[in-house]
Design a protein around this ligand. Sequence first.
Ligand SMILES: NC(=O)c1ccc[n+]([C@@H]2O[C@H](COP(=O)([O-])OP(=O)(O)OC[C@H]3O[C@@H](n4cnc5c(N)ncnc54)[C@H](OP(=O)(O)O)[C@@H]3O)[C@@H](O)[C@H]2O)c1
Length: 256
Amino acid sequence: MGRRAAFCRCAGAATSDLVGPPVYLHAVSGGVEQCLDPARLRRAVISAADELGVVPSMVLLHNPERTLAELPPRAGAVVLGEACLALREAVRAGWAGGWGIASWSPQPVLAAVRAPDPSEIPAPDVLMVRAGLLVGTKVLDAADALAGRWQLGARQRWGMSPFAGRARDPVWTDVDADALFLARGQNVTRMQAAFRVAYDLPVVSRMAVGASSVTHLRELVDSVGLRSDPDQVARYRALLHGPPRPAGRRVSDKSG
Ligand SMILES: NC(=O)c1ccc[n+]([C@@H]2O[C@H](COP(=O)([O-])OP(=O)(O)OC[C@H]3O[C@@H](n4cnc5c(N)ncnc54)[C@H](OP(=O)(O)O)[C@@H]3O)[C@@H](O)[C@H]2O)c1
């Protein structure tokens, strides 16, 4: 089995819930290039369908933050709005089953969506973000804020890269995610526990995970029906924010 991404759906998923990966959209000119130009994105959707010989069920705009981070939020809102409208039109024209945004660091996307007097930025069908124990609080909060802003339901929130691509890092054996985040009495490996808790950080219903080993994939699929401990996850999210600031204390206060 070659290296590929698989999608695992949480909450009692069975092997039949695995679906092919979505198509990531980069506007292409020669090599792969990050670009939010609406005409080129439309061409990229059409060529994806042509090359696959089938209409993809989902196309995802790949890391639009790379472009948006270079722009003030208001200009970013215009650029993002035009790109999203182009994808929505391509879906309406039948070139894909749905469209979404995949973002490794969604803060610039949130800034564009929050820009004052923003141009129309249609809500995507899916928002896919980095997920798991190695994701910091800024990314988690931005992902939640974006999903809230667009009123995305659980099925529209997807996660990716639950091990940050570093599954051999000692952190996964050093940290006992089972003891920390899962409901008691479940018999799991540490990788299974880390994978399961990734669905809660942030809350997502599907996960894109890389695997070249069927054994690895089976281990992960067997874990998606596990129960996490929501109180522990909430405490962890609160911990990531640091201690609450004392009432009445200003950010600029330097004493103490
Ligand atoms: N938008 C972006 O910038 C971005 C960036 C990165 C990834 N992604 C998306 O996220 C998907 C997954 O990301 P990724 O592959 O980089 O990282 P990942 O899913 O966090 O990690 C993949 C690694 O986990 C290992 N693994 C899986 N199950 C395991 C198990 N049960 N025990 C031990 N190791 C296990 C795999 O090893 P084996 O190969 O040996 O099975 C592989 O090395 C990508 O395909 C892509 O869709 C998006």
